[in-house]
Design a protein around this ligand. Sequence first.
Ligand code: THU
Length: 187
Amino acid sequence: ERQKSQKKLGISISFLTLCKVLLIKSEDMKKLTITAIINRLTYDMLNETDKKLIDGAKKATESSYSPYSQFAVGAAALLANGTIVSGSNQENAAFPSGTCAERTTRFYANSQHRDQAVHTLAVAAYTQGAFLDIPISPCGACRQVILEVEKRYNHPIRILLFGENEIYEIKSIRDLLPLSFDEDFLK
Ligand code: THU
């Protein structure tokens, strides 16, 4: 019994200490607030090139190979010289071996047009017989890959995320990937 209550006491004391430490910590804490600016647009508000890009991303969903997720994603990239390239997600029975539409498109663009920066990347997703109502959100790995292209070509990549109800416009991938890890850490 005595051992039990001593143990209990020990636990309550260390719990109190922990609370105190947390309290002091939260009083001292400085905060870093990160803001991302996302413009909310509709298709009608886009210029002709952006409309073409969104149409290209939607069209690219048709070439998606997504038998496992039934989630078809298409992307279209506008290059510095005005060329538009597109791609889609390509899945594999060994799940991690597949790639997202953004990466397929980006790797294709940089392989075929090595000297051209990507200026805008549009993305659309189609599932269960319809395009998403809300804008598709690129996965973390794709954000990291897009960041590398921004850095490599020293040009921000504008991103257009399509949804039937609205389209998100993001001026640089940095807005979608705060506190990112990049080559500067490796110098
Ligand atoms: N996917 C993309 O291609 N892009 C995204 O932005 C999100 C997810 C793909 C990966 C996988 O083939 C399927 O969608 C379901 O996750």
